[in-house]
Design a binder for this molecule. Sequence first.
Ligand SMILES: Nc1ncnc2c1ncn2[C@@H]1O[C@H](COP(=O)(O)OP(=O)(O)O)[C@@H](O)[C@H]1O
Ligand SMILES: [Mg+2]
Length: 334
Amino acid sequence: MDRFGQVEMSGAENMMEKLLDVKDLRVSFYGDKGSVQVVRGFDISLHKGEVVGILGESGSGKTVSSSSIIKLVDESLGRIDSGEAIFKDKDLLKLSGKELKGIRGNEISYVFQNSSAALSPYKRIGKQLGEVLKTHGLPDSKDHILKTLEEVGLEDGERIFHMYPFQLSGGQNQRIMIAQCILCSPELLIADEPTSSIDASLQKTILDLLRDISTRNQMSVIIITHDFGVAKYLCDRLMVMYGGLVLEEGAIDEILNSPLHPYTQELMRCARSLAEDDETMYTIEGAPPTPYQFRDECPFYSRCSLREDACREGIPERTDIDGRKVRCIKYEKR
Ligand SMILES: Nc1ncnc2c1ncn2[C@@H]1O[C@H](COP(=O)(O)OP(=O)(O)O)[C@@H](O)[C@H]1O
Ligand SMILES: [Mg+2]
């Protein structure tokens, strides 16, 4: 039975409890050529214990949209134009800096892309984790830290407690990063490409770890990845982003079995070609548009083999097809 099924059996009503509901989030940056919107409509909703993936080529807006949910956009560089992000009963986008500080790391944790850089090289692991607890108003308990180290699969916790990050392997540091993020038992973990900078052999271990913690603690996870394999392994649902928009969303098996959007179909064709060690490795011609090239049209227009003139008549609406969502005029009810 799949993971989703197991969770359902252990707490059906929990599974249906909505934890996060983000609607029409739009984010702009101030660039040399003026302000430019890079996220143009991002929606995500998550139940308790659910694992949702965000997938798409580099630059499609995965990091900006997911970090904006907890207002991690530097105010001097950009701004949230509109939208709402209801977490339990609060709109995160309306909270003050102080209120958000109380939520970040505590109820919602964020694992940054290239996260090992987030550990201080000059402080022992035990001290760093203790500081995380104190920052969130919790007692600096060595017992709790050792228990968390064990939870992320670091068995020699007592020894690691006294070590510095540079004395540990990349994989151990990655586990410390996850320990740091689950120390305060968050209800939601947002992990930005948590396995892209580690060896392939370690990837599975880290993914297993995230899945175990999610199941054990009923923790919801948003995982950003550009790898269908990672999404398939971990996610209940998948969202595909491109050009600052979510182009397709649905249950992972449905998307993998029958992708609706031409962009998802093309991405999967690339992934298959890579996996099959195809001599003429398939790639999508052209490059994704930069935010300055965004137009009021389908962002995939110039690269889509199924394009037609009507694709340029505005950004396609989100169409609901049996619980799946897709932005492509092929599916719009006319
Ligand atoms: N601090 C910033 N200032 C200006 N533009 C940014 C900044 N951060 C990201 N962007 C732009 O926003 C777009 C989306 O970026 P990002 O969310 O990082 O993409 P992804 O995570 O999907 O690779 C890109 O075009 C990127 O260049
Ligand atoms: Mg990113």
